[in-house]
Ligand binder design. Structure first.
Ligand code: AMP
Length: 305
């Protein structure tokens, strides 16, 4: 089954301890769509400006991403500038220029209105609400956000998260949104906002999933070289939702397995700047790392309890 993604398509300027890139391809919807495209068909809704290089459009097309919903309008593309210190777990936002997103009203093409899998990637929560109004009855809706929107539009964001099945958020953002320092308490407070499943991304420490009745913990794949964490969260979400849409199953067991596929995709993405690693990635690479992941987390009981 196909996925509908709405989010940012951006030009990013990023600095990490290992290098610097100016105005490279980025954006929450870009990372999400590219990652999900390894598993299923993806339909993308976003806006770019006149400065958005055609080669990036060609790249997205080369991944078979349907771009009917990508509009190009007068003005500049969304631009994010970020910095990572040696703690690669958290980006410092230096600049956010909404540019063409400032006046963007997402219009979901009629052929996407029946989407069964919908991801509201990181973007203005008011736009996320607009999208929810235009789709009929998706089987699964997930959403992501970031500190920028938690600070600037908390009410709209709370409205969005009360209406989705899966809410994906960073550890520090879970603390910020809930006002709780302890992560388990933070998760409980967010579940009380009406969230059914909460996925908390913890960078190099992996992912925790909470719902009303259970907890699932996955480590991150241990890597020797991490160049650029930008997009790890969106790439995770792309692998996660892409896998769920591929198997057409939304059971808790499927969600747990999807968390591993999401983690595998994020582990590749951080190995190079921008989307460069995803450009050369193949499905057999994904399968091999998935098997490694399974071996890495498996244990047998050899003694009694
Ligand atoms: P992450 O997966 O959290 O590392 O997401 C990184 C991507 O989010 C970058 O490529 C940015 O272009 C994009 N981004 C940063 N700030 C925002 C924002 N306020 N709204 C939407 N997208 C953003």
């Amino acid at each position: 089954m196909s996925i509908l993604v709405v989010g940012s398509v951006a030009l990013d300027s990023v600095e990490t301890p290992f290098g610097k890139r100016e105005r490279v391809l980025g954006g929450s919807a870009t990372y999400f769509a590219t990652s999900a495209s390894f598993f299923t068909d993806v339909n993308l809704v976003a806006v770019v400006g006149e400065d958005f290089p055609q080669e990036h459009v060609d790249f997205l097309r080369s991944r078979d991403i349907d771009l009917t919903g990508l509009s190009r309008v007068p003005g500049e593309t969304f631009h994010w500038k970020g910095y990572y210190g040696y703690d690669l777990n958290e980006a410092q936002t230096l600049e956010t220029h909404l540019n063409v997103f400032q006046h963007f009203k997402p219009r979901i093409p009629p052929q996407y209105a029946d989407a069964e899998y919908l991801i509201l990637a990181n973007i203005d929560p008011e736009l996320q609400l607009e999208v929810l109004k235009q789709v009929k009855r998706p089987k699964l809706v997930a959403c992501d956000t970031m500190n920028f929107w938690i600070s600037s539009k908390p009410e709209a964001l709370k409205e969005v998260i009360s209406r989705v099945d899966i809410f994906i958020i960073n550890e520090s953002e879970a603390r910020q949104l809930s006002g709780e320092v302890n992560l388990v308490r933070a998760a409980r407070a967010i579940l009380a906002m009406g969230v059914k499943n909460l996925v908390v991304k913890r960078g190099e420490y992996g992912v925790l999933m909470f719902n009303g009745s259970s907890l699932f913990a996955a480590p991150a794949y241990p890597l020797e070289e991490v160049f650029d964490p930008t997009g790890a969260g969106d790439t995770f979400a792309g692998g996660f939702m892409g896998y769920l849409a591929n198997i057409g199953d939304t059971s808790e067991e499927a969600i747990r397995q999807a968390i591993i596929f999401g983690s595998v995709m994020a582990s590749f993405n951080v190995e190079a700047f921008s989307l460069d690693r995803l450009r050369t990635l193949t499905y057999p690479d994904i399968e091999a790392r998935y098997r490694d992941f399974k071996r890495m987390t498996h244990f047998e009981e050899v003694g009694g309890l």
